[in-house]
Every structure is written in C-alpha cells, then in structure tokens.
Design a protein around this ligand. Structure first.
Ligand code: CTP
Ligand code: CA
Length: 224
C-alpha cells in the first residue's frame, strides 16, 4: 500500500512497538531464544508510520531492515527490552507489544564459555522469570488513566480464543491480538484474531504488511 494513500489516522500520536525475539545469554556463545521473525512487529511499525505517527521500534535480534521513518532501538535480552521501552515511553499514546519475549533467562551468566569436562556430565541449568514488559506498561499510571492505549499479542498452540481472552484480562489491556493457525512463524502472511472487552473478530488472511495497516486502523478506531 503506497504510504501516501494511507489515511493519517495516527497523526500527532507517538507509537512504541516491541518486535522480534529476545536472547537470554547463558555464556558468551550460548543462550535461550524464541522463534520470531519480527515481521509482524516491523509491519505494524511501517503501518503506524504511514498512518502519520511518530514511531519507535524496540527490536530483539532479527535480520530485517528498519522501516522508513521509524526510530529503531536494538536490544538483546528481555531486561534490555524493558529498559529501552521505559526510556522511550514519554508522551507515547499507543504501545504495541509484538515481541516474543523469552519468559525465562538463565539464573547465572558465565563470563567464560562453559566447557565439557570429558566425563559426559551435563550442566544443570537454573532459570529465573523475566519481567513482563506488556504488563508493566499496561499497569503504569498513564495506561490506567487512559492516556496510553496498550495492545498485546498472544502466541498459543491451542484454544486460542479462550487462552487469549484470559490473557487480555490478566495483562489488563484493552486489545489483545491472537495469531490463528500454527504456521505463522516466519511466514509472510497470517490471520489475526482481535479480542477486546466487547468480544472477538477476525482479520482475514492477508500479508503481514496488509495486516499491519488493518490492525492500525482497528487500533485508531478504538482509541479513547
Ligand atoms: N510479553 C511481554 N513480556 C514478557 C512476556 C510477554 O511483554 N515477559 C508480551 C508479549 O509481547 C505479548 C504478550 O505479552 O504481547 C503475551 O505474550 P505471551 O508469551 O503470549 O504470554 P505470556 O504472558 O508470556 O504467557 P505464556 O507464554 O505462558 O502463554
Ligand atoms: Ca510467553
């Protein structure tokens, strides 16, 4: 869609988006991560920019070009992502959490590569829970006062509507977007389920670029 043809529904808005996976280092050469291409979040950033918003994109490690006119902040871990989000939140009116954040990180980082000792013994790894970036932002004063509209995504393997509806309430966000169908990772098209306080509706299968524009239009329609 040519940017010049997109209605400027978000003119005057500052939009902050997380995208991609996070990477939780275990040692200098290893870590824990997620499957996420970042394509959906990058498409949403491009669409928000085309709709006239000032856009900041906090991206985990992905190999994607920065959409034109978007300010990009690269991060690795969930804690880095939270810090980058918090430092970019000023005057933001829409926060969209499209990142696949690693739920846990290794409890200890080894500054030196962990070596095999030759005996066949395996390391025993302990994990700690990462901060929930979306829940942290959604529970901030500005979000609670209706000045910051928060949108979450839900990655589910089954029972999407039930899990995603529960997640929307638990995360305390007005809009949650579910990925329909198992094979969305890394694909260029997708189907999205939108869940808000009134119920759910599907955006028909389309390219991630088209879905980005459709989602931005749905968000603009719901702004207080
Ligand atoms: N999210 C986040 N920070 C986390 C975990 C999730 O910001 N530490 C955000 C994601 O970007 C997404 C939403 O929360 O917008 C839901 O993520 P998801 O992984 O589906 O939910 P979880 O609450 O982590 O629950 P679970 O993975 O157990 O289903
Ligand atoms: Ca999760």
């Amino acid at each position: 869609i040519a940017a010049s043809l997109v209605p400027k529904r978000l003119a005057g808005h500052k939009v902050l988006i997380t995208a991609g996976p996070t990477f939780e280092a275990l040692d200098p050469v290893r870590g824990l991560t997620n499957h996420s291409s970042g394509k959906m979040g990058f498409a949403i950033a491009a669409a928000a920019r085309a709709a006239g918003a000032q856009v900041t994109l906090v991206a985990g490690p992905v190999h994607l070009p920065t959409p034109r006119g978007v300010q990009r902040i690269n991060v690795q871990s969930a804690r880095d992502m939270l810090a980058a989000v918090q430092s970019a939140l000023e005057d933001v009116s829409i926060f969209i959490a499209a990142a696949a954040v690693a739920d846990w990180r290794p409890a200890d980082f080894s500054a030196k590569k962990i070596k095999k000792d030759g005996s066949g013994a395996v390391p025993s790894l302990a994990f700690v829970e990462n901060p929930d970036i979306l829940a942290t932002v959604a529970n901030s004063d500005r979000a609670q006062q209706g000045q910051l509209y928060c949108v979450g995504f839900a990655a589910e393997s089954d029972n999407l509507l039930a899990h995603a509806s529960a997640k929307r309430v638990r995360k305390n966000v007005p809009l949650l977007v579910g990925n329909i169908g198992p094979a969305t990772f890394g694909q260029d098209d997708n189907t999205l389920l939108l869940i808000d306080a009134h119920g759910s509706s599907a955006l028909p299968r389309a390219s991630k670029a088209q879905l980005g524009h459709a989602l931005i239009a749905e968000i603009a329609r719901r702004l207080p």
